[in-house]
Design a protein around this ligand. Structure first.
Ligand code: 2AL
Length: 244
């Protein structure tokens, strides 16, 4: 089974961290192919970054389909391009935000999300509503850590995230923490050990869910809005990305 793990930002050192988190949970016989798109933002920290990241991300899904990939993980907490990727893919496509929230709902009545910059909070809140997680998500908190700081071993990211998690557990009536960025994947076990509650990294959650769906033979529906995109001409710089 081949799972393509797409980090939609173009920071390959972060892709390596994300890949390690996926490999740590993948079962025997599962090949993880971790990539970043050829073009796009180095980090995704807002609506504009997300929109611009989608073209390169979808190109990776298109290539994956040609190469016979069985399923995909979108490894950015805004789940950018998720529905569009599902249009292209025959196998399952899971975003780390959706996977982490659903995993958290299995092990705690309520969870709080701890994410990077304040400006990304509304993106996570929109996803909470989209996925029907309003009943489970107690709060979305930011640590004011730029995404690329997570990739800097000298930074104080761990301490800041730990402290925000402690505030969440004390004030939000939550029993679990969802990490709000793929770049936090390598901190998950340490945080869980320090806090004594489930800390959910969406990269691990999504990888195990894609693997389970593929193993069960469950694929993306091609009836309705997830049908293949209609063939048509795309003008200008996007001409090469035209479907069909
Ligand atoms: C993310 C993420 O997971 N990767 C990235 O570049 N930005 N999410 C976030 N909330 O900052």
């Amino acid at each position: 089974m081949r799972i393509k793990l797409i980090n939609p930002n173009t920071t390959w050192s972060m892709t390596a961290t994300i890949e390690a988190a996926a490999r740590a949970v993948a079962g025997p016989g599962v090949e993880i192919q971790a990539v970043s798109p050829a073009h796009g933002p180095v980090s995704i920290e807002g609506h504009y970054d997300e929109a611009m990241a989608c073209v390169g991300l979808l190109e990776e899904v298109r290539k994956g389909e040609a190469e016979g990939v069985d399923g995909y993980v979108i490894a950015c907490f805004g789940d950018p391009g998720l529905d569009a990727a599902r249009e292209l893919a025959r196998g399952p496509v899971i975003g780390i935000a959706e996977a982490a929230m659903r995993a958290a709902s299995f092990v705690a009545t309520g969870f709080s999300v701890v994410t990077t910059l304040e400006r990304t909070v509304v993106i996570a809140e929109h996803l909470v509503q989209k996925y029907g997680m309003d009943r489970h998500c107690r709060n979305v908190r930011a640590c004011e850590i730029p995404v690329l700081e997570l990739d800097n071993p000298e930074s104080e990211s761990y301490t800041k995230i730990l402290s925000e998690c402690r505030v969440a557990l004390a004030k939000d009536r939550c029993g679990a923490i969802v990490l709000g960025c793929a770049g936090m994947a390598d901190l998950c076990q340490r945080l869980s050990g320090a806090l004594g509650v489930p800390v959910i990294d969406g990269v691990a959650a999504a990888t195990t869910m894609v693997e389970a769906l593929v193993r069960a033979g469950i694929r993306t529906s091609k009836l309705g809005d997830y049908a293949l995109p209609l063939p048509k001409t795309y003008a200008g710089a996007l001409a090469e990305f035209a479907p069909g």
